[in-house]
Design a protein around this ligand. Sequence first.
Ligand SMILES: [Zn+2]
Length: 170
Amino acid sequence: MLDICVLGDDVLRTECKDIKVFDSALKMLADAMLETLKEADGVGLAGPQVGVPEKIFVVWIPEEDPLVFINPEIVETSIETCPYEEGCLSVPGMYHNVVRPKRVKVQAFDADGKPFTLDADGLLARVIQHENDHLHGKLYIDYLTDAEREKLLRLYEKKNKARKNRKRRV
Ligand SMILES: [Zn+2]
């Protein structure tokens, strides 16, 4: 299990670096990220969320095969958009509607360094866009209006404080 960085950690705002070496250490990182994702009950996890500012993210949608994306690039997005209530393991407990393109075409490498192209729709397209943003220091809360973001952050702080207090008591 890797530690998940949360809002306020600078690594989440970093432009990530390309991965140049496809070795066993990279495979281990991808596996550890997938395990962490499963444990955290999420559907996507990006490098900076585990303190690694490099272009890697993993996606694991229930009932489907886990996917590893290295040096991904979204090469096409549909004109058609749709709303979806997004959450993020780095902003635990919070959700907000975000409008994004409905479909994307993404090019990436797998953990063995093999290139692939994927046409994604539905939840997969959503997660790919959310995770890809992480590689460019972007969070879903950036899409909110100032008023929406302030409200969400106030609530987040409140919840977070309660969680910290709870921990102290134990
Ligand atoms: Zn996220």
